[in-house]
Design a protein around this ligand. Structure first.
Ligand code: S3P
Length: 169
């Protein structure tokens, strides 16, 4: 896959710890295209961290900013975008994703997500395993709804997942 073959942006969705950011980065290196992490982009744009935004504006405030950012990113050049785990919660975002590019759902279990996330303090919504399980369960239909392709990440390295993604693009 070369740059010219990537006609539309590719969005990675899935729960925290699914590997969205690492996979997008790896694939960007392989394909020679740019990757953007939505939360990093959002933090630069807002001049503060995700957890500070949650503390100051609450989840609703964060979600409103997230929608603005998603809208901005769907209007950019073809690129690989790793989305925040909760991006699928708003129907408006799901429509933006569906219309904005190719969406890849990286599937992960709560246990594996927990073992991959080293610093949970940066994730205001990752509290404990049972809550994570319930959250993943609740979001499943939403991830499925927007996904053009689903990739199970269980027990796979970033490199293996990136190659699988390459195969479905
Ligand atoms: C969230 C996931 C985080 C971040 C915020 C909320 C969620 O992104 O957007 O903490 O609701 O699942 P990552 O999936 O990149 O950790």
């Amino acid at each position: 896959l070369v740059v010219s073959e990537l006609a539309r942006p590719v969005f990675f969705v899935g729960f925290m710890g699914a590997g969205k950011t690492s996979v997008a980065r790896k694939l960007a290196r392989i394909c020679g295209v740019a990757s953007v992490d939505m939360d990093t982009y959002l933090e630069r744009r807002e001049g503060r961290r995700v957890k500070e935004i949650f503390a100051e504006l609450g989840e609703e405030g964060f979600r409103a900013i997230e929608t603005d950012v998603l809208r901005e990113l769907t209007q950019k050049e073809p690129l690989l975008v790793s989305c925040g785990g909760g991006v699928v919660l708003r129907p408006e975002n799901r429509a933006l994703l569906r219309d904005g590019g190719f969406v890849i759902y990286l599937k992960v279990t709560a246990d594996e997500a927990a073992s991959r996330i080293s610093d949970k303090s940066t994730r205001p919504l990752f509290n404990d395993l049972n809550t994570a399980r319930a959250t993943i369960e609740g979001r499943l239909p939403l991830y499925d709804e927007v996904a053009d392709a689903v990739i199970d990440t269980a027990g796979k390295s970033v490199g293996v997942i990136a190659r699988e993604v390459r195969g479905v693009l």
